[in-house]
Design a protein around this ligand. Structure first.
Ligand code: AMP
Length: 336
């Protein structure tokens, strides 16, 4: 993550609500991070500021016009709602670097490859708006599907190459087509100076960086590190769907990535052997990865050797819930 965009004013407004701040700190270790965040919002923290919700592109543009005209920087945090501390770390990064922070809440039907997954996706706009406000957002953009995809909508933004392997292969081309199309539309709607994405969805970040470069969209893409539970499980809206037994196995993805790094630390330099060490650690926790591979973080092509930037990426379905994670491998204490 970079929060030092030179053209951005740093506005340390200290707007995190007190209960929310407590929720975002270590808090009671017997509760999950998401439970702590929920508790803060339901506690009705009076220091959480008021924030506007707009539902149309026209209203969003109108709301942002004064900031744009006065040269203030606009940060956009695109989300599908069901906010957790991972999302809020994006909002916090935007809050530090930008004058105006917009959080979009839109469960994008075009990026779901599975209708049941789309139907099961949790939706609670009031809760999300409260969390966004407490995290420092100025504006929530919560359009319905007809606003972003009106009758006659016929355009798809399709990124090839980087979008094709791994998540693209497992979820089908429509997934990243859906992501690329909605991100392009959100960037066009909000016209932000900066847009914030989570490192957890590393291939998504690479796809977005590619499309922004290819289409010359005037926005700077910022990547924010993955927020995790204490046992290493990457925060995800999907974690709530894990049964207690599956929740106990879910840190296997993080364990696999940790084992891959340990193999490198012990001197292993063959990408296939490093990946095999990661898969073996996962098997020990009774989780079979769909993939665990070492890739170039910009192209998502498999690496032939361990030098330059190398990302270990993993996906696995645990108790019917598909999870992904990744970590940058370091070589001799440095990023490889
Ligand atoms: P989603 O609502 O799942 O589309 O996610 C919205 C944004 O939050 C994406 O840029 C995600 O990469 C990011 N995000 C999701 N989970 C995490 C996490 N655990 N840590 C950091 N960012 C995250």
């Amino acid at each position: 993550m970079s929060t030092s965009a030179p053209h951005c004013a740093v506005v340390g407004r200290g707007r995190l609500g007190t209960a929310l701040t407590a929720a975002l700190s270590a808090g009671d270790p017997s509760t999950t991070a998401t439970e702590r965040t929920r508790a803060a919002v339901s506690a009705g923290d009076p220091s959480i500021p008021r924030m506007r919700t707009v539902r149309t592109i026209a209203a969003l543009r109108e709301a942002l016009l004064p900031a744009r005209h006065s040269g203030r920087t606009i940060g956009l945090v695109p989300t599908m709602g069901s906010l957790h501390e991972g999302h809020l770390s994006l909002v916090a990064a935007a809050r530090v670097a930008c004058d105006v922070v917009v959080v979009s809440l839109f469960v994008n039907p075009r990026q779901f490859d599975d209708a049941a997954d789309l139907a099961a996706y949790p939706r609670d706009e009031a809760r999300d708006a409260g969390l966004a406000a407490g995290g420092g957002a100025d504006l929530v953009f919560a359009p319905d599907a007809a606003e972003l995809y009106p009758a006659g909508f016929a355009t798809t933004v399709g990124v090839r190459s980087v979008a094709e392997p791994l998540e693209g292969a497992h979820r089908g081309a429509a997934h990243f087509d859906g992501v690329a199309t909605v991100v392009t539309k959100l960037l066009n709607a909000a016209g932000p100076d900066l847009a914030y994405f989570g490192a957890k969805d590393a291939q998504q970040v690479a796809v977005v960086r590619r499309l922004v470069a290819d289409l010359a969209i005037p926005v700077r893409i910022e990547t924010v590190p993955t927020a995790r539970e204490p046992d290493g499980l990457a925060l995800s809206s999907r974690n709530a769907r894990l049964s207690p037994d599956d929740r106990a196995r879910a840190p296997a993805l993080h364990a696999g990535l940790t084992a891959a790094q340990a193999a490198v630390d012990e001197g292993e330099r063959e990408p296939a052997a490093v990946a095999a060490a990661g898969r073996a650690a996962m098997a020990g926790l009774d989780v079979e990865p769909e993939y665990l591979e070492l890739v170039d973080p910009a192209t998502f092509a498999p690496v032939a050797a361990l030098h330059g930037e190398v990302l270990a990426v993993v996906a696995a379905t645990v108790g019917g819930v598909r999870l992904i994670d990744n970590r940058t491998l370091t070589l001799d204490g440095r990023s490889s």
